[in-house]
Design a protein around this ligand. Structure first.
Ligand code: ZN
Length: 448
């Protein structure tokens, strides 16, 4: 996709991205992961991480059932082999093999003959969308159930049915996957996504797929930050990771939860609990200069694993990048969140947004003007000769030089300068590079 010789920086990778090619790669990976029956524990998560491990250097960690993790306990491991509802003619009218959404996730094993009236309390549908199968879970209460389309539910004749859920709920493990890309600094950028949903695409195979390609692109360039990618079951996985890594947590300087990145809606960013963390300001900057509509919104203590990362005892600078946020599209948690609901172009745009954000994080720095008394004479130093393009472009580049010189007093980062000048970060960064080359600027320690 990108010739190795040009892989100099994250900015180069972002600029060279072939959106059509990468969109197809992101989409095809979702297609490979889609059939797997995942839950918060069990072989579905393992199989998913095994597939991701064929592309990434993934460290797998198994945490035993019963392990205390803050106020929670790692639950028993759930696995399922088969499930069905069979009518009196021996036909499977609901079959787990046709869709893994048919079984309420974490259903305890059952094998019984029931009348329709007895079965009904265990059947779930969506009357407003009569052809869709809902996605339901019962992680923390021992029960069982089936999900089916309302059309099918309404058409089930009275009579006796054989129900079978061939599942197991036993002591085992919760599985976490982690990929770490070492940078020059031990300070970390933390990327997290949940891997506990069965055959659902936007929520959240889209986030998983974007994270994998992002990691494969970043590992090809020299990095300032260390990047940690966490693939974990929602809620309990994030809580478990935080409990096992508490001493490590202060290294996290910026973070993103990736979720719902494949639908055709516009990009949305949910700020960290802090609201003004560098990641919040960075995404706002990228959105301001995007060619299409983007939205930002404030933190709220519901949603994905930002609930854990932004709990008051951690209060990490972690926001959420999505397109249409969870729960705000009717297909959410239904069989309609399928391969047709996600689009290669939306996935590619989400990946590019991640790269643009990382480009700013990597390139941000604090500089000092070495000639702070009045403006230096740029012409004498040959700086005008470095300005290219048309006269408008030259004027903008000159303005960038003046902004960087004026605000580089040791208290403003390049992101501060980009925000105040309303110029794109890359232009400010290029101006700083030119000024350093001409001896007019020196780099102070990079901000965290
Ligand atoms: Zn979900």
């Amino acid at each position: 996709m990108i010739p190795p010789a040009t892989r100099q920086s994250v900015a180069d990778v972002a600029a060279a991205l072939d959106l059509a090619v990468v969109g197809r790669e992101l989409y095809d990976r979702i297609g490979r992961l889609y059939p797997i029956c995942r839950s918060i524990t069990g072989n579905g998560v393992r199989e998913t991480l095994r597939l991701l491990g064929s592309e990434l250097d993934l460290e797998i960690r198994e945490v035993a059932t019963g392990t205390p993790v803050f106020d929670w306990i790692v639950p028993r491991e759930w696995n399922i082999r088969d499930a069905y509802i069979m009518n009196g003619n021996g036909q499977r009218v609901v079959d787990f093999n046709a869709s893994n959404l048919h079984v309420v996730s974490y259903s305890v094993p059952v094998r019984a003959r029931l009348t329709l009236a007895e079965l009904r309390p265990h059947l779930f549908s969506i009357p407003d969308h009569p052809d869709w199968i809902p996605y339901k879970t019962s992680y923390y209460s021992e029960t069982w159930g089936f999900c089916l389309s309302d059309r099918q539910l309404q058409s089930l004749p009275d009579g006796e049915y054989e129900v079978c859920i061939d599942s197991s709920l036993e002591d085992g493990h919760l599985t976490l996957g982690e990929c770490c890309l070492r940078g020059r600094d031990t300070a970390e950028v933390f990327i997290s996504c949940h891997v506990c949903h069965p055959s659902l695409c936007n929520d959240n195979l889209s986030g998983v797929s974007v994270a994998v390609t992002l990691a494969t692109l970043l590992r090809r360039v020299p990095l300032r930050y260390t990047y940690r990618f966490l693939f974990a079951p929602g809620t309990i996985g994030a809580i478990t990771w935080l409990a096992l890594n508490e001493p490590h947590v202060p290294k996290i300087k910026h973070g993103l939860v990736l979720a719902c990145l494949g639908d055709r809606g516009s990009p949305t960013y949910k700020r960290s609990r802090r609201g003004d963390a560098a990641i919040d300001r960075t995404v706002a900057h990228v959105f301001r200069h995007a060619s299409h509509e983007c939205h930002s919104e404030d933190f709220a203590p519901h949603g994905y694993d930002e609930r854990q990362y932004c709990s008051p005892g951690f209060n990490l600078p972690v926001g959420v990048l999505s397109r249409t946020p969870h729960g705000r599209f009717p297909e959410y948690h239904t069989s309609a969140d399928d391969l047709a609901f996600v689009a290669p172009a939306a996935l590619a745009d989400s990946l590019r947004t991640c790269l643009k954000v990382i480009e700013v994080l990597e390139g941000n720095g604090m500089f000092l003007n070495k000639n702070p008394k009045c403006e230096p004479q740029l012409g004498r130093r040959g700086l005008y000769a470095t300005l290219g393009g048309h006269s408008d472009e030259r004027r903008t580049q000159e303005a960038a030089l003046l902004w960087v010189l004026n605000l580089s007093d040791g208290t403003h980062s390049l992101l501060d300068i980009a925000e105040r000048s309303t110029m794109p970060f890359a232009m400010v960064r290029d101006a700083a590079t030119a000024l350093v080359e001409h001896g007019l600027l020196e780099e102070l320690s990079a901000p965290d």
